[in-house]
Design a protein around this ligand. Structure first.
Ligand code: FAD
Length: 389
């Protein structure tokens, strides 16, 4: 059995960025991804927004990692030639009663270190974004959009160039302690290759929708820690292409008070396509198999066309030209949330209990996990350094 320094479970944007960060430090690294390629799961099913960081309670990991992650991602995309557009974002107040909330977000964002935030009145807003009607807005010029899957692939290439073994079609199915090493059991997803086992001094769990299952496989009581993931779907509807170019910036409503989501917003992609989403669909049952693992790409991502009316109702206040027939079901993504409603921070934790030493868990990496990926990766690599010291 061969031995290596660090095994990373999960080749989403977080696992790929972590593999690059660890390989750069000169450690031997294996990245395990069960899908046929990296970045195919939640990483490629989201709004692709590089968030500013004005929503998250001050001092939380979400606030800190989002702010540093956005700066790092912008630099990384420029270096690695991955698509990125600093298009800017507006949070709009439907009427005077919501202006207080914009002021609160302005103050919170400033405290979190978000640059260049500015409150706009109705006239300034209509000059900047004539396609949108609202009483006032919070303008975040540093918010951007990116090619999220391209970011994951570029980090995986960078990791491989630094010597990491990026193994796709490779599913972790067993994890046990053998002395000071982790015994890592891998099942290969194609018939041409046998599975294998290897020893690893450190294991980093970056398994997204399956991170609670990986933690349980290692022997953690995920119920006691309140780490069992609550999966909720976020649906998107495409806006008819006859409106292409009508809105130039990302446009968000004032977020719902419970902190579960940012509200249905106007998403733009690098190709100029406009979508509305995501909403918040609580799933009646866990869509994953009852035990073990499955492919994210086998989960049900169908968008119920009946939801179009609610999307239209939610957006027509600030997009008065939007007609019900303009919306077509598009895609959806599934959030790995630590609570069904409300706010929970990312879990980034090195295990120190006997029997679990050497394990680093990243659990509940929901939004802004994409934006935070480089900062999460740096934090995970720092924890791996403590294990390997
Ligand atoms: C609807 C929606 C909108 C969002 N919008 C944004 C946004 O605009 N901006 C933002 O910053 N964030 C956003 N997010 C959050 C962001 O998408 C996630 O936080 C981020 O993609 C998480 O990346 P990840 O690498 O942790 O997870 P994933 O991309 O899910 O990757 C985890 C990987 O682990 C693999 N894996 C799991 N188990 C195993 C195993 N046993 N063996 C091998 N491999 C395994 C999976 O196949 C998967 O590829 C959004 C999320 C959703 C759902």
């Amino acid at each position: 059995m061969f031995s290596i320094d660090v095994t990373i479970v999960g080749g989403g944007v977080v696992g790929c960025a972590t593999a690059a960060a660890c390989a750069r430090r000169g450690w031997s690294v294996v990245l395990l991804e069960q899908e046929a390629d990296v970045g195919r799961a939640t990483t490629s099913r989201n709004s692709q927004v590089c968030h500013g960081g004005m929503y998250y309670p001050a001092g939380t990991l979400k606030a800190r990692y989002c702010v540093t992650g956005r700066r790092l991602l912008k630099e990384f995309c420029a270096e690695a030639q991955v698509g990125y557009d600093e298009c800017g974002k507006l949070i709009v107040a439907a009427d005077g009663t919501q202006i207080g909330e914009l002021e609160r977000l302005h103050a919170l964002g400033t405290e979190n270190g978000v640059e260049d935030l500015r409150l706009l009145d109705r006239r300034e807003l209509s000059r900047l974004e004539p396609g949108v009607t609202a009483e006032a807005a919070l303008w975040s010029p540093r918010t951007g959009i990116m090619d999220a899957e391209g970011v994951a692939r570029a980090y995986a290439r960078q990791a491989a160039a630094s010597g990491a073994q990026v193994m796709t079609g490779a599913r972790l199915v067993g994890l046990g302690k053998s002395g000071r090493m982790w015994d890592v059991v891998v099942e290969a997803g194609d018939s041409a290759r046998d599975g294998w086992r290897h020893g690893s001094r450190c294991v980093i769990n970056a398994a997204g929708l399956w991170a609670d299952r990986v933690a349980a496989l290692a022997g953690i009581d995920t119920t006691a820690r309140e780490w069992n993931l609550h999966l909720s779907r976020g649906n998107y509807f495409a806006v008819d292409t006859r409106h292409a170019g009508r809105v130039k910036h990302l446009v968000y409503p004032v977020p719902p008070a419970d902190g579960s989501t940012l509200g249905v917003h106007v998403c733009l992609d690098l190709g100029g396509r406009m979508r509305l989403g995501p909403d918040f669909e609580v799933l009646d049952a866990d869509p994953r198999p009852a035990a073990g693992f499955g492919l994210d790409t086998d989960l049900d991502y169908r968008v119920d066309p009946e939801r179009a009316a609610a999307f239209h109702e939610g957006a027509r206040g600030f997009l008065p030209w939007l007609e019900p027939g303009d919306l077509t079901p598009d895609m959806s993504g599934i959030r790995p949330k630590l609570c069904a409603h409300g706010f929970r921070d990312f879990v980034v934790r090195r295990e120190t209990d006997t029997g679990l030493e050497g394990l680093v868990n990243l659990v509940g990496i929901d939004s802004p996990g994409l934006t935070s990926a480089p900062a999460l990766a740096a934090a995970a690599a720092d924890l791996a350094a403590e294990v390997l010291a």
